[in-house]
Write a protein that binds this ligand. Structure first.
Ligand code: UD1
Length: 431
């Protein structure tokens, strides 16, 4: 009997080669997603430079198209023409592909005065509710209704002062955009202060909105209910660099005991990671927009790492650091404080020879002398990247399946690693 055959892409990695060379960091996924959503706030033609060609961005672009925007990729940018956006409902099947489409609630409210999305649902790293988004919208004056998984939102935004119960990155971004629909001004307190929020503010200001304070815990948004005109001329915007991509490559370099120069990365936005590397014995040299790292001596454990909102150690770098710590001297404790189940990669690491124990929110990692190549499966984006790093650190061949998770957030990861000398190929294979 003939079974249906599916084609998948797998990474094949031959480990043990120190990565060396130079890498230019790409534009940030977590800036691209809210900024693409923000192109809807005001009709116009937007050229977004350094936009990564990754699965999550493709999904956002498809949603923009479904709302009536026209989009096209050019060599160095994506062009979004949002002048004819007419829809206010994000189709369910597209919403399911990417939870960040929740940002469109804010931007559609500015543009159309109403928005309809579907609850994004949980994912492999935890439940990921949107209660902070919803209660913030209600406090701004919007009426929010839910019917099974649908969320509707409309009404007049009067603005005012709201305080977030937790500094959620997505809720901060969504509420900044929604507050632009106000006939009054808004102050949002206890905001997240991630650099990507500063980038969103930069974009919104560049197209005529008044937002101040991003990067601090209080943001002021001037209501722009009267601002309906389309932008007169095309707007160019350059995205912030991807600090998580930078750290992922750095972990691969350190894990293979290599040496590399990273361009287009400000050390100030990865300060906590640099301090962690230095505690491990990694040599780091940096200037305004460049970081060089190399390993001069035996690496030791960084001790206890706790993930925290910015400027603390980023949860998005935790899995990659875990791979790194499987082969350093001593015991490392990684405490995950942001998401409830972000150790999806640990069983595969154990299978490769790592010594890891999970106790509640803590992963306790005892450094071993070597990892061996195995067939492993990416189950989420950063966990998948961690397995690629482990494969580069291991002896023999590692096959990483489930690469679509990795491709959601990394453009051509295999090409970038190859450019540093890594032996990695992406192969199309039958299941
Ligand atoms: C963003 C980033 C993601 C990163 C995360 C934390 C984007 C596109 N994604 O995700 O890469 O890992 O920040 O730095 O920028 N929460 C609630 N209720 C809400 C919202 C959030 O309970 O309404 C909880 C979440 O379940 C999670 C925590 O707050 O436990 C942090 O989530 P949040 O900061 O909102 O992360 P995201 O914006 O989803």
């Amino acid at each position: 009997m003939d079974w249906e055959v599916f084609w998948v892409e797998n990474y094949h990695i031959e480990g043990g080669v120190p990565l060396r060379g130079e890498y230019r960091v790409k534009g940030a996924k977590n800036s691209a997603l809210p900024i693409l959503a923000a192109t809807v706030c005001r009709g116009g033609v937007y050229e977004i430079y350094d936009c990564p060609r990754i699965g999550d961005v493709f999904a956002m672009v498809e949603i923009l198209n479904s709302l009536g925007a026209k989009t096209k990729w050019e060599e160095e940018c994506i062009v979004v023409d949002s002048r004819n956006v007419s829809e206010f409902a994000v189709p369910e099947h597209l919403m399911a592909e990417m939870r960040s489409s929740v940002f469109l609630m804010g931007s559609l409210l500015v543009r159309s005065g109403e928005a309809q999305i579907h609850k994004p649902g949980g994912c492999k790293i935890g439940k990921r509710p949107i209660d902070i988004h919803i209660s913030g919208l209600e406090q701004l004056g919007f009426e929010v209704g839910t019917e099974e998984e649908k969320v509707f939102c409309k009404g007049v935004c009067h603005g005012g002062k709201i305080t977030l119960p937790y500094p959620s990155v997505g809720a901060t971004e969504n509420l900044i955009m929604a507050a632009l629909a106000g006939d009054g001004d808004t102050i949002i307190q206890n905001c997240a202060i991630e650099p990507e929020i500063v980038d969103l503010q930069g974009f919104l200001r560049s197209v005529g909105f008044q937002v101040f304070g991003a990067g601090t815990d209080t943001v002021f948004v001037k209501g722009a209910r009267g601002l309906k005109r389309n932008l007169g001329t095309p707007k160019m915007y350059f995205l912030l660099e991807d600090r998580i991509e930078a750290v992922t490559y750095m972990c691969a370099v350190v894990g293979t005991r290599g040496r590399a120069v990273f361009r287009n990365i400000r050390p100030s936005i990865i300060n906590e990671v640099i301090k962690t590397f230095e505690r491990m014995g990694v040599e780091v040299r940096s200037c305004e927009n460049m970081v060089e790292i190399w390993c001069g001596k035996t690496l030791k454990s960084p001790g206890i790492i706790v993930t925290q909102p910015y400027p603390g150690f980023p949860t998005d770098c935790q899995p990659q650091l875990m791979s790194l710590c499987t082969k350093v001297k001593g015991l490392t404790t990684i405490r995950e404080e942001i998401f409830e189940s972000r150790f999806t990669h640990k069983n595969d690491l154990i299978n490769m020879g790592a010594d890891i124990e999970i106790c509640g929110k803590n992963a306790i990692i005892k450094g071993t002398d070597f990892l061996r190549g195995k067939e492993v499966e990416a189950r989420d984006l950063r966990g998948g990247a961690a397995l690629v790093i482990a494969g580069l650190m291991a002896e023999g061949e590692t096959v990483v399946k489930g690469t679509f998770h990795v491709q959601r957030g990394y453009e051509d990861l295999e090409k970038g690693l190859k450019s540093l000398g890594g032996l990695i190929e992406k192969k199309r294979e039958k299941t």
